[in-house]
Ligand binder design. Sequence first.
Ligand code: ZN
Length: 65
Amino acid sequence: MKMVQFIAGATCPSCSAKDTIAINAENNLIYCVKCEFTEERPKEINNKKQSINVINIQDYKNPKS
Ligand SMILES: [Zn+2]
């Protein structure tokens, strides 16, 4: 199972590459696939696409539409 998703349209603040930012749903860490950039990320990102995590259950209870 993939626990990683890319954030569409996100630009890396470190190397300025676009669409290289991914989020690891296991630890809520975002990172750039092109450089060493990592950052903690609030869970709001997770409502983009469901992944297998407890956090997403909360998102499901709170649909933003
Ligand atoms: Zn980068």
